[in-house]
Each structure stands twice: as structure tokens, then as C-alpha cells.
Design a protein around this ligand. Structure first.
Ligand code: HEC
Ligand code: HEC
Length: 207
């Protein structure tokens, strides 16, 4: 009898598409809503401004989804791309656990080769990168204890845009964004487009 009820309940849940489980399987379903902008392989699409997210750290993906959801990121009126991402993160509120599930799935996807389009001078960038290692690590792979993500395996056009956003008060300036605020003075050490391209060229050499 009990078993019949369970099977019936399972059919009901499946029938109305109201799947409540958490984990990578659920995350895979949720990811279908991300693919139109981030690509089916999670490799990013410059045309939508959506970066590569496949294979990135689960803790970082989760932290950014929470920031977009709560308005700590992507809420500034001049943040064209952030405003595109924000409603997506807000829609994850509907099912408890979806932030964690989709982060787990995305993190399990294979890393995609990033775009290197800016052509900076890696040797000049190495000197600038000396300041970055305190948080992002000498290998650029990030450090969760500092809330600093990996910078390798990310498209340079996306990273350059984020540095601009930190400099212009579009990212890291919201009172809810304490960890983003630590990045703002660091972005200020890169005075112009050449400095940004150089440091990103150096990061591209890190393995
Ligand atoms: C309508 C297009 C769109 C959809 C759909 C979308 N995103 Fe995004 N996403 C973006 C854009 C654009 C950015 C870059 C925002 C910026 O430049 O600050 C972004 C940024 C992100 C970031 C930050 C990456 C980083 O390195 O900081 C994460 C994580 C992310 N998206 C995850 C997701 C997930 C998971 C989904 C599906 C639930 C999703 N996105 C759906 C457009 C989208
Ligand atoms: C004091 C610690 C600290 C230092 C030093 C630092 N960063 Fe960061 N950086 C962070 C944190 C924390 C974040 C994540 C902010 C968030 O959660 O939104 C970040 C994020 C970034 C991002 C955005 C990544 C993404 O996926 O959106 C870029 C690009 C970046 N840093 C580049 C640099 C560069 C280049 C340097 C050296 C000039 C540097 N950082 C030095 C703490 C630091």
C-alpha cells in the first residue's frame, strides 16, 4: 500500500514537471535555461556578453548567482550585461536548492578554451600581476579564503570588461558586495586599456 502511494506521488511530481530534487541532475535541467546566453557547452558567447562558466569553481558560481539574485551585482543602471543576467538568477528562487544544483552541474562541465583577443604584452603584464597573486594566487587559480576566483580559462574580453566595471563603480560598489569591494582598488592599479591587456596576456600564459 505504502509503495503504491509513493509510486503515485512520484508520477504526480513527474507529471506536473514539479521536480524538487537537488544535485547535478537537477542542475542539468536548470542549465537548459542558461544555454541560450552561455552556450550549450557553457563556453560563453561574446555576442550576449555571457562568459564561459563551464568547469569554474562551484563556490564562486554560487556566490555570483546569490549576488545577482540579491542585487549586489548586476543591479547598476549602466550594467548592460549584469542587467541581462540578473533576472536569470532571480528566477532560481522558484525551486529551493536550484542555485546549488546548477552551480554543481556547471562546475562539473569540462573547461572550455578561453578567447584571447586583446593581444597585450605578457612580459609587461607579469610585473603588474605581482599585485594580484595575494588573492588570485601565483598560478591565477584563485583562493576561496580570499573570495577570489580563478582568472585562467576565462575569455579576455570578459575579464577586461569586469576590470572596467570595478573601476567605474558598476561592480564592487554595492553595499551588499563586500568581497567585490576588495577588488576595486586592485582594478585601479591598471590605468588604461594597455595595462589591462598586458596583465590579461600574462594570465593567459599561466597553466
Ligand atoms: C539572458 C542571457 C543570460 C542567461 C539566460 C544566463 N546568463 Fe549568466 N550571465 C549573462 C551575462 C551577460 C553575464 C555577464 C555579466 C557581467 O558582465 O557582469 C553573466 C554572468 C554570469 C556569471 C558570472 C561569471 C563570473 O565569472 O563572474 C555566472 C556564474 C552566470 N552568469 C551563471 C548563469 C547561470 C547558472 C545561468 C542559468 C541559470 C545563467 N547564467 C543564465 C547572461 C545570461
Ligand atoms: C585583495 C584581494 C584581490 C587582489 C589583490 C586582486 N583581486 Fe581580483 N578579485 C578579488 C575578488 C574577491 C574577486 C571576486 C569579486 C566578486 O565576488 O564579485 C575578484 C575578481 C576579479 C575579476 C573578475 C572575475 C570574474 O570572473 O568576473 C577580475 C578580472 C580580477 N579580479 C582581476 C584581478 C587582477 C588583474 C588583479 C591584479 C591587478 C587582481 N584581480 C587583484 C580580489 C582581489
Amino acid at each position: 500500500m505504502k509503495k503504491t502511494i509513493l509510486v503515485f506521488a512520484a508520477l504526480l511530481l513527474a507529471g506536473c514537471g514539479n521536480v524538487t530534487e537537488v544535485g547535478a541532475e537537477r542542475g542539468k535541467q536548470v542549465f537548459r535555461t542558461c544555454a541560450p546566453c552561455h552556450g550549450v557547452d557553457g563556453g560563453g558567447m561574446e555576442a550576449t556578453g555571457a562568459p564561459s562558466i563551464a568547469g569554474q569553481e562551484q563556490w564562486y558560481i554560487e556566490s555570483q548567482l546569490v549576488k545577482f539574485r540579491d542585487g549586489a551585482r548586476g543591479d547598476h543602471p549602466d550594467d548592460v550585461e549584469g542587467l541581462r543576467m540578473r533576472p536569470m538568477a532571480r528566477s532560481l528562487r522558484t525551486h529551493a536548492g536550484d542555485v546549488e544544483s546548477v552551480a554543481e552541474y556547471v562546475s562539473s562541465m569540462p573547461l572550455q578554451a578561453p578567447d584571447h583577443t586583446l593581444g597585450g604584452d605578457a612580459a609587461a603584464g607579469a610585473a603588474r600581476f605581482a599585485l594580484c597573486v595575494a588573492c588570485h594566487g601565483p598560478d591565477g587559480k584563485g583562493n576561496q579564503a580570499m573570495n577570489a576566483p580563478s582568472l585562467t580559462d576565462k575569455d579576455d574580453w570578459y575579464l577586461a570588461r569586469q576590470i572596467e566595471k570595478f573601476k567605474s563603480g558598476i561592480r564592487g560598489a554595492d553595499p551588499l558586495d563586500a568581497s567585490g569591494a576588495t577588488m576595486v582598488p586592485m582594478a585601479m592599479t591598471l590605468p588604461d586599456d594597455k595595462a589591462v591587456a598586458d596583465v590579461l596576456a600574462h594570465i593567459a600564459t599561466l597553466k
